[in-house]
Design a binder for this molecule. Structure first.
Ligand SMILES: [Zn+2]
Length: 115
């Protein structure tokens, strides 16, 4: 049986109270429960949600997704490449370690060197 690791929840654009949980299998393939991915409409097992994860630079081996809050109060997933090697020097580490879905202002992430 395939094992899937949870990566992050991405909010739906059309339904504000809905989120899609992006997971990754052991081969590093991303999965999404949205209709585009499930019915393979693009024909290559991708959707705009997996695009977001790939665009963020996620490489499948290490790192952690954090939730950035931009000036329009929109939540944007960002990929922290520093995790876990550089956590000791990162100013966000306490909230990042203790909260599964942390939310950070852009300024806080910049200050901590994440983005
Ligand atoms: Zn999707």
């Amino acid at each position: 049986m395939k094992r899937y690791n949870f990566l992050l929840d991405i909010p739906s654009e059309s339904k504000p109270d809905k989120t899609y949980s992006i997971k990754m299998d052991e081969q590093g393939n991303l999965t999404c429960p949205c209709p585009i991915w499930v019915f393979n409409r693009r024909g290559n097992r991708t959707c705009k949600h997996t695009d977001i994860v790939k665009r963020a630079g996620f490489n499948g081996s290490k790192g952690k997704f954090l939730v950035l809050v931009d000036v329009f109060r929109t939540k944007v997933p960002v990929y922290c490449k520093n995790y876990p090697e550089l956590c000791d020097e990162c100013e966000l580490r306490f909230s990042c370690w203790t909260d599964e879905k942390p939310e950070f202002e852009l300024g806080a992430l910049r200050k901590a060197g994440v983005v």
